[in-house]
Design a protein. Structure first.
Length: 468
């Protein structure tokens, strides 16, 4: 294996989607040598005329542990893509191997090096096109698949590719990479009822590998210790005349998939009861739409919101849109979210978030809001995010009623009076101070500015541009 200083060059190729890479002469030679490296055993996946495989390249960071390159290439040697490179000998702060995600096509002048790679040529010749069969289903519309064409007897044990096919595109949270299917290279010893996972890969909705690895020293495990999905796959091959039995299974039909979208739970009855106990007067005017301008040190964005009453909770439902995102939330009169849902793009990854308040209590006279009075609330919310583990978040907020003023001071189209509140909120090692106006006629809290300190610093001002 030729020593290749790969990672230093990868920054030139990093991208979020497969696209042509622009490489100079030295880079062409470097990546050409990479394509001459033999595919690792158990890493070879085939999709039509395309092979996806891993190859070892000498590491510039660890003399004893090579780096692993994930490559996708056409068997005719005319095109190749470098998907990612990982450094098992160099761990990042989260304990995962250091990784550079590339997802770039290499130039045709580089791809031709595949024709000089006997291991690649042999893999193309000996790896049959897949024949995916539906072996079962699992909870949540997951499908369990077996590639019948990959089944072979090796020393009295079956080796084959199995897959758990998801109904939507999920996010592998440690890698922060999308996947719609998990493929496993399994070895099943039916007589001893033991198995090995020789390799495991995540693939996106386009059958492109986004993460995964082979196991150079897999250990035997009893069938009973396997996840239920894996046991179903193992049992499907441990039958008389397995090849014929798999042929009788239904052909797996590819499914159209979109990114997973989280939805919040309904507002709990206890939370609704806590709000109703405040006995706040109903709104005398109906707030239908607002346009707000939000400014910070780095951005200036306009948000358009529409309002309606949520039939389940009786609270205000607010749908908000900006140039880059949209959200749907149920709020306590605009002051804070009772439920929240949004979806946005982050470095090519579709992130879905949802949260809902599970516990809520109030203190102070929220009905009268006398000048000088202190009002407060405490809440606990369940926050879910497709890119990170679920969290329970506690929040305590205290507000002092400062003064009363005409609502027209906030926006000329508003009638009636407003109360100005100075609020301090503590949550997750963050302290936020804000200026809030309670608009009495629509019964709505509008936050005009906020300053957050703690793990990060953020100063934001908001202006009501239009109210209907």
């Amino acid at each position: 294996m030729k020593r290749i200083a790969v990672v230093a060059t990868l920054g030139l190729l990093s991208a979020c989607h497969l696209q042509p890479a622009r490489t100079g002469g030295s880079s062409q030679a470097l990546f050409g040598d990479m394509l001459k490296q033999p595919p690792l055993a158990d890493s070879i996946l085939r999709d039509g005329d395309q092979l996806s495989y891993q190859a070892q390249v000498a590491s510039s960071k660890s003399a004893s542990t090579p780096e692993i390159a994930q490559i996708q290439a056409a068997c005719n040697g005319t095109e190749a893509s470098l998907l990612f490179v990982e450094s098992p000998g160099k761990l990042a702060a989260d304990g995962q191997p250091e990784r550079v995600t590339v997802m770039s096509r290499l130039l045709p002048a580089v791809a031709v090096n595949l024709r000089q790679n006997p291991g690649f040529v042999e893999a193309c010749a000996n790896t049959p096109r897949p024949d995916w069969r539906l072996a079962g289903e699992a909870e949540g519309q997951r499908q369990l698949l077996i590639d019948r064409a990959s089944l072979k007897d090796v020393g009295g044990a079956w080796q084959f590719w199995g897959a758990v096919d998801e109904p939507s595109v999920l996010t592998q949270q440690q890698k922060r990479m999308p996947y719609a299917q998990t493929r496993m290279r399994l070895q099943a010893n039916c007589s001893s009822q033991t198995y090995r996972v020789r390799a495991e890969f995540g693939l996106n909705q386009n059958n492109v590998v986004t993460f995964g690895k082979t196991d150079s020293a897999p250990q035997d495990q009893p069938f009973g210790s396997a996840p239920a999905t894996t046991r179903t796959l193992l049992k499907a091959v441990c039958v008389a005349d397995a090849g014929t039995a798999l042929e009788r299974l239904p052909i797996a039909v590819p499914r159209s998939k979109t990114a997973q979208q989280l939805t919040p739970a309904q507002v709990p009855a206890t939370v609704i009861a806590a709000i109703n106990a405040l006995d706040l007067p109903p709104a005398t005017t109906l707030l239908r739409r607002q346009v707000m301008e939000r400014n910070s040190a780095h951005t200036s964005l306009r948000y358009e919101s529409s309002f309606e009453t949520d039939p389940q909770s009786g609270q205000m439902r607010q749908r908000e849109k900006s140039q880059y995102s949209s959200s749907d939330r149920i709020t306590f009169r605009g002051l804070f979210s009772l439920t929240f849902q949004t979806q946005y793009q982050d470095k090519g990854l579709t992130i879905s978030q949802a949260s809902n308040v599970e516990q809520l209590s109030f203190s102070g006279d929220w009905k009268q809001m006398p000048i000088g009075a202190t009002l407060g609330f405490s809440s606990q919310s369940r926050n879910r995010d497709t890119s990170r583990p679920d969290r329970l978040v506690s929040r305590q907020e205290s507000c002092v009623v400062k003064r009363e003023l005409p609502a027209s001071k906030i926006n000329s189209s508003l009638g009636g009076m407003a109360r100005e509140l100075e609020c301090t909120s503590t949550s997750e090692q963050l302290i936020t101070t804000s200026t809030v106006f309670y608009l009495q006629d629509p019964g709505y809290f509008f936050t005009s500015k906020s300053a957050t300190r703690g793990l990060y610093k953020d100063d934001t001002s908001m202006r009501l541009v239009q109210v209907e």
